[in-house]
Design a protein around this ligand. Sequence first.
Ligand code: UDP
Ligand code: MG
Length: 226
Amino acid sequence: MSPDNEKVPRKIQAILQTIFDHKSVVVVYVLGGPGAGKGTQCTRLVKGFDFVHLSAGDLLRAEQNRSNSEYGEMIRTYIREGTIVPMEVTIKLLENAMTAALETKKGSPAWSNGSGRFLIDGFPRKMDQALKFDESVCLASLTLYYDCDEETMLSRLLERGKTSGREDDNVESIKKRFVVYKEQTKPVIEYYEKLGKVAKIDSTSDVDEVYKKTAEAITPFLEKKK
Ligand code: UDP
Ligand code: MG
């Protein structure tokens, strides 16, 4: 390839073209298998550190249920099968939610002058989503990775399934979600690990214990960002 055709390095593209500037908008990806405790810990982090919590799954379910959505049926099928919705839809939903939050949170201490902090929960689930989001929406600063064994995750999800009303909290869907997690999402975590951007947290213990470890990981990180 001649030098003229060489692509601009990814890092530079990210700085030039993202919608939000990662120097003022802190994006923390929250990953881990289904049932690892991502949502639960995010709720605690919102209270503790003034984050806005955006769950990709929740945004997709809201879009699925929105009357007039052209994507409703498609999303339903993907979620039931535990497969990954085409990233254009998910990324657009996240971007819209970020824009809205930056407006409504303006008065909060961590949100002045266009700054903000987001927990992006259950995303990116696949390498292409990770690169696309980092390059075009906002370069993520950190990934919180909740590590939990399948047996524990399965029993948590079956327990949740009794009341969640979620179409994918049943054994068949859960098994498929585990496979997709191992094949598609694990490589994303490994990619960020190589870049030194992962805080790995064992999430087999109870909620308070896991939150303690989470807070210990996130506090120095946010201090450095100031
Ligand atoms: N999903 C998706 N893209 C995403 C996030 C979620 O397609 O970026 C779909 C996928 O089918 C997944 C489902 O939404 O299995 C549920 O995701 P959620 O994050 O709510 O599940 P959790 O991991 O929290 O159990
Ligand atoms: Mg969740």
